[in-house]
Ligand binder design. Structure first.
Ligand code: SF4
Length: 716
């Protein structure tokens, strides 16, 4: 039986009291609560409850009935109504009237915009459809409003493929080559662990609901260790903080293996039954005594020995040890190898035998998303378009037609992303977007840095205004998002924009007529009970508690692959190793400081930067510096400084802070360029080099110098 989503809109969970018989009848207030899901790029994927009065969203709360959310949202999304009703929301299609980048637009009708866009795309496609490129990422994590109707549209058109690498592919590939996919332990069982290693993650800032489990474990006596170049809020609250240099995580992991081997803290039975390539890995790890790793990581050798002892003791005491890895550590040249090295550790001590043991990077590989049904690759009709890597969009937009590159990019359709702010080496990105011969369409909520370069700016709905279905990457619940309010102004869901654009292009395949109800049902097919999604708003996937207690990894061998024959077949090292950064700390006298760019706590990538109440908390773009590095340069806390390297410069407020270790500065991101101090942001300095595995960006592999501002003096 088909359940009409439209008729369920406004599913009432509670209502305001009406008038009492004795009181004068107040104006009737219709109040409902609508279940939804947080759309942002965060592992927690919270269940939302939106209170709507007379068709206006009043407040967004955390759903107390959803165990993963526990009724609590982060500070950012609890202000979601401020974002939705922001006075600068785009509510009508706009056409550029000024120079590119000037942000000068005039309103146009939907029909005029889509007719012109379709005409321009048809003309380009007649020459070569691969000259048209989609550009999208996790502006919404929803399966429907991200890559469903949009993917169908670009497949039908024969546009270039986009390699969506900008966040997670190095670690994802490292895990795929080792464990078989983005799979791992269930997040709720961290509460039962005896040792928790939080590796490359500021959980309090960007994985808040995981932190609740950590606190529970701590109350139960667990030891907490944080591995991060930055002394984050999370590192402060752990028992131990290992502040290694960026890009040295694999060296640390190999030294831990060295200690496990030399002290025989090894689960030989688990290794023999459920792993592949142990003799080779053992030989590799024995090349990494803690002294060598301490030198590379620039941490005290005793910290490495102590962590190995704690980890090994979990094996000897039959206690669960768990690692929460996050994506920060893989944004360096050797990020894929580093993730691989960490992914090997649990098998060595048999941590997978416990439900509270193992490692979790991402749970996204556990969701049964039917991408073929959603995205319809059959519409390609056998074509194999070239692929553009989103992490090198700067270079791609500046490339001319060649046999190797293919056709010069003539049109870019941007949705769910703000590449001018978030893509590396933004000097080149801006240069590319500024090309007068590039036709750019941007689907957006606001006039972002990228939107300023659009030829057409199309108003998209926010999460409160459309349907979607969400998989999580930090837990294993699927969620449904119902619209709480009608679309504001003339905004439309991405799905509808691509549906109408397809019609203007003359695409007549029935799949372009499917509505959002059908798309929501298509996400998991019959693998997830859609009725339950409608009734409760979430469904917990049915998964074993300890999925790899007896092996059964989703690798070709079914084992944890210390040695990867697939990597070897690609001409790569079959074993994990330390791969030094492109820009190794200490290697340049001109740029002696390593810079990482973790997220500012009140922003999420570049989302929320324009929400005034959150930007007011952040104040200005900040660079955290160690006191020694600041003193050496005559910089005091609060001074406006220039951070620079050969790729460019940006200005920030220096914060002399114990959060920064010597030799490393933390440029908190990601500010919109035009809302920063001098029209650039941290990505003016990052490079377009790629990771060893997964073709990802190397945001944290970046050398810089910092100079106290002296008015009138040019930066060299
Ligand atoms: S950003 Fe993360 S913590 Fe905040 S509401 Fe969304 S899912 Fe929850």
């Amino acid at each position: 039986m088909s359940i009409s989503l439209t008729s369920s809109l406004g599913d009432t969970l509670g209502s305001s009291p009406g008038a009492t018989p004795d009181a004068p009848a107040p104006k009737a207030v219709s109040s409902i609560q609508v279940r939804g899901a947080c759309p942002h790029d965060c592992p927690d994927t919270c269940s939302l409850l939106t209170t709507v009065e007379n068709g206006v969203a009043i407040k967004v709360h955390g759903n107390p009935d959803h165990p993963q959310t526990g009724g609590v949202l982060c500070n950012k999304v609890s202000r979601y109504t401020e974002r939705t009703y922001h006075p600068e929301r785009l509510l009508q299609p706009q056409k550029r009237v000024g120079p590119k980048g000037s942000g000068q637009f005039e309103p146009v009708s939907w029909d005029a915009a889509l007719t012109d866009i379709a005409g321009r795309l048809k003309a380009i496609a007649a020459r070569d459809p691969e000259a048209i490129v989609p550009y999208s990422y996790a502006g919404t994590m929803g399966q429907v409003q991200s890559e469903s109707m949009a993917a169908r549209f670009f497949n039908r058109l024969g546009a270039s493929f986009l390699d969506r690498t900008i966040c997670a592919t190095a670690g994802g590939e490292g895990f795929t080559q080792t464990l078989g996919g983005k799979v791992g332990m269930r997040v709720e069982f961290f509460a039962e662990s005896q040792l928790i290693i939080i590796w490359g993650s500021n959980s309090i800032g960007s994985n808040l609901h995981f932190w609740r489990h950590v606190q529970q474990a701590k109350r139960n006596g667990a030891r907490l260790v944080c591995i991060d170049p930055r002394k984050s809020e999370t590192a402060e609250k752990c028992h131990e903080h290992i502040a290694l240099l960026p890009g040295t995580d694999a060296a640390l992991a190999l030294a831990l293996m060295h200690e496990l081997i030399t002290h025989d803290w090894l689960d030989h039975d688990y290794i023999a039954r459920h792993t592949l390539g142990w003799p080779a890995l053992k030989e590799r790890a024995l090349q990494w005594p803690p002294e060598r790793a301490a030198e590379v990581c620039r941490v005290p050798v005793e910290q490495i020995r102590a962590l190995a002892r704690d980890y090994g003791q979990c094996f000897t005491d039959r206690q669960p040890a768990a690692i929460r890895l996050n994506y920060g550590m893989q944004r360096v040249r050797g990020g894929g190898n580093a993730a691989r090295a960490v992914a090997c550790l649990p098998a060595l001590i048999g941590a997978w035998r416990h439900r509270a043991g193992g490692v979790l990077l991402s749970s996204s590989g556990q969701f049964p998303v039917d991408r073929a049904a959603l995205q319809r690759p059959d519409l390609l009709q056998g074509r194999q378009p070239r692929t553009i890597n989103m992490s090198t969009i700067g270079n791609a937009l500046l490339a001319e037609t060649s046999a190797q590159f293919g056709p010069k990019i003539e049109a870019l359709i941007v949705y769910n992303s703000n590449p001018v702010a978030v893509a590396p080496e933004s000097g080149k990105v801006v240069q590319g977007f500024a090309r007068e011969d590039l036709f750019t369409v941007v689907l957006e909520h606001f006039r972002t840095d990228t939107a300023d370069y659009a030829d057409y700016l199309l108003p998209a709905t926010t999460q409160l205004e459309h349907w979607d279905v969400h998989s999580a990457y930090g837990h294993t619940d699927a969620l449904l998002n119902r619209p709480a309010i009608a679309p504001l102004g003339l905004a439309k869901p991405n799905t509808q924009i691509f549906r109408e654009l397809a019609a203007h292009m003359g695409f007549t395949e029935p799949c372009f007529s499917e509505d959002d109800e059908t798309l929501c049902r298509t996400v998991y097919g019959n693998q997830v009970d859609f009725r339950q999604l409608l009734d409760k708003g979430f469904v917990t996937l049915s998964l074993p508690d300890a999925p790899f207690a007896a092996g059964n990894f989703p690798t070709p061998s079914g084992r944890c692959e210390f040695f990867s024959e697939r990597l070897q077949a690609m001409g790569l090292d079959g074993l994990p190793d330390h791969v030094p950064n492109y820009e190794t700390p200490g290697s340049s006298s001109q740029y002696p400081l390593a810079m990482i760019s973790p997220p500012a706590r009140n922003f999420l990538n570049s989302s929320f930067v324009n929400v005034k109440s959150l930007r007011d908390i952040e104040g200005e773009p900040v660079l955290e510096m160690h006191a020694d590095d600041a003193a050496m340069r005559g910089i005091s806390s609060g001074a406006i400084v220039t951070v620079f390297n050969a790729r460019g410069e940006y200005r920030v407020k220096a914060e002399v802070s114990a959060r920064a270790r010597p030799g490393v500065v933390n440029g908190l991101g990601i500010w919109w360029r035009k809302l920063g101090l001098a029209g650039t942001n941290v990505n003016q300095l990052t490079s377009q080099h790629l990771t060893d595995l997964g073709r990802g960006p190397v945001f944290y592999d970046c050398l810089v110098e910092v100079q106290a501002d002296r008015p009138g003096e040019p930066v060299v």
